[in-house]
Design a protein around this ligand. Structure first.
Ligand SMILES: [Cu+2]
Length: 148
């Protein structure tokens, strides 16, 4: 457990443009990763990231988790009766070879429910993405009030 915590701390110190250090995930790049600072008293928030698949294989993001909240889900925005609603992307997101996926306010996002108490002066957390066949990849995420 200590080793894992130390590893996470080291990863949190890496620059924003992170190339995950594992052979199978060398060609998946995570950038602009951030989590919206929850409104005072609110236990819900959202996380965003750009994921670039520079490999020659399609990849699939199947789940997300974070120490920041009790629950985390991949969410899509869909139009229902002319109203935008969010939906759990239970089938995950495919990122075709050579393409990117951008999560941003108003669109796809990581839904965070049951946000835990922030440490004082906390300025970042970690989002972990489960890539089908490759496993969990931890990405440092800046805590921001609005899009950086
Ligand atoms: Cu949502």
């Amino acid at each position: 457990m200590k080793l894992i915590i130390r590893l996470l701390v080291v990863m949190a110190l890496l620059p924003i443009h992170l190339v995950v250090n594992a052979s199978a995930t060398d060609q998946i790049l995570f950038s602009h990763t951030w989590v919206k600072m929850p409104m005072p008293g609110m236990q819900m928030s959202a996380g965003y990231v750009d994921i670039e698949n520079t490999s020659s294989n399609d990849i699939k993001v199947i789940a997300v988790r974070t120490p920041f909240s009790k629950m985390a889900e991949l969410h899509d925005m869909v139009m229902v009766n002319k109203v935008m609603q969010m939906r759990h992307a239970s089938d995950g997101w495919v990122i075709a070879a050579g393409t990117s996926l951008s999560l941003a306010p108003g669109g796809k996002h990581v839904m965070l429910m049951g946000v835990k108490l922030l440490e004082s002066n906390q300025s970042e957390t970690i989002l972990e993405f489960n890539i089908e066949g490759l496993g969990w990849v931890a990405v440092p995420a800046a805590l921001k009030v609005s899009m950086p």
